[in-house]
Design a protein around this ligand. Structure first.
Ligand code: TYM
Length: 339
């Protein structure tokens, strides 16, 4: 098993990232250690420049995100933790794959359509070609599994399409170059929604900080955000089917279930018939209890910039060594003269 995934270092790590992706990064790291597999987790800083950004914030956020990931349980001695900018092979492979990716495929990406909105002409070229870099990120390591939230599924399907077309166009049938990566999406936390609007996902780019729980929020802030979360006036149902059409209630019950390591039906067996006046404090306390140790570790780790930089340097060195063979084979397959 070769597990690869990334996160953009733009702003805080939030509960959607944690439940949708990072929790699985940690459990897959532990499984990989037992089975001899390998995990590569990276900060997608090259992706982050596809949107307007402040350079000093990007550097600071990159280091903070390393501290946050280690605080969540990513162990840099067991997983390869690095940032793309120190592994230029990602960007190199992207260019080579640009010859295979089709305009029509990129035009269909929902994230491109959402982010560009009506102003496509005004967007950076990087925002449009972003999914090709994402394909390079996983294909360069011959990833077998990619733990992500639901919103990344389409990008991963594109990575498979690019790999397939490259293999067909440039490789012998019995010697494909690229492994087709499989997304690994947790069904119970595929899409954690905003606390202010049950129809949009919890996101770093939401201007309202009240819409998300940050992994770095302190106990008071977490309690406050849960208390203020949008809900409806009905009491909770006693079975999951009763949450149909109640997006906000459904979201809070899902969060409770995943954090408690149980099912929505079990949560409703306990809280069914009760109003949010009693459910919200219970959810807030559960979140505080589970997130407090992560928060404490984060606060400690973030202060040691030298240690954070050393983690990235060491991870990048290992990642480069794994990336180079596939990159060289790609140059060869395309007939590019290198020696
Ligand atoms: P990013 O930085 O937006 O998010 C990181 C991870 O968190 C998941 N996620 C969520 N899961 C459930 N509910 C939510 N509300 C939620 N919000 C975010 C995302 O699905 C993701 O797994 N393009 C990627 C970064 C990337 C990448 C890659 C991922 C670059 N190259 C290669 C995998 C493989 C992104 O912007 O994720």
């Amino acid at each position: 098993m070769r597990i690869v995934s990334g996160i953009q270092p733009t702003g805080n790590l939030h509960l959607g990232n944690y439940l949708g992706a990072i929790r699985n990064w940690v459990s897959m790291q532990d499984d990989a250690a037992a089975s001899g597999g390998e995990c590569l987790y990276f900060l997608a800083d090259l992706h982050a420049i596809s949107m307007p950004h402040v350079p000093a914030d990007l550097s600071a956020n990159t280091r903070e995100m390393v501290a946050a990931l280690v605080a969540c349980g990513i162990d840099p001695d067991h997983s390869i933790l690095f940032n793309q900018a120190q592994v230029p092979q990602h960007a190199e492979l992207q260019w080579l794959l640009n010859g295979t990716a089709r305009m029509g495929w990129l035009n269909r990406m929902t994230q491109w359509k959402d982010k560009a909105g009506k102003n496509r002409e005004g967007q950076s070229v990087a925002l449009f070609t972003y999914p090709v870099l994402q394909a390079a990120d996983v294909l360069i390591y011959q990833a077998t599994h990619v733990p992500v939230g639901e919103d990344q599924k389409q990008h991963l399907e594109l990575a498979r399409d690019i790999a397939q077309k490259f293999n067909n166009d440039f490789c012998a049938e019995d010697a494909p170059l690229f492994t087709l990566p499989a997304p690994f999406i947790p069904p119970e936390a595929a899409r954690i929604m905003s606390l202010r609007d049950g129809s949009s996902k919890m996101s770093k780019s939401d201007p309202s900080d009240m819409s998300r729980i940050n992994m770095t929020d302190d106990a008071d802030t977490i309690m406050q955000k849960v208390k203020k979360a949008k809900t409806d006036p009905e009491p909770l149902p006693s079975e999951k089917a009763g949450l149909e059409g109640r997006a906000e209630a459904n979201n809070l019950v899902s969060i409770y279930a995943v954090m408690a390591g149980t099912t929505a039906d079990d949560v409703l067996a306990q809280f069914g018939g009760q109003g949010f006046g009693s459910f919200k404090p219970a959810l807030g306390e559960l979140l505080v209890e589970k997130l407090a140790p992560i928060n404490a570790r984060f606060v400690e780790l973030r202060q040691d910039r030298t240690a954070l930089d050393a983690i990235l340097r060491k991870g990048a060195e290992k990642a480069r060594a794994l990336a180079i063979p596939t990159l060289e084979k790609t140059y060869d397959a395309l007939g590019l003269v290198r020696r």
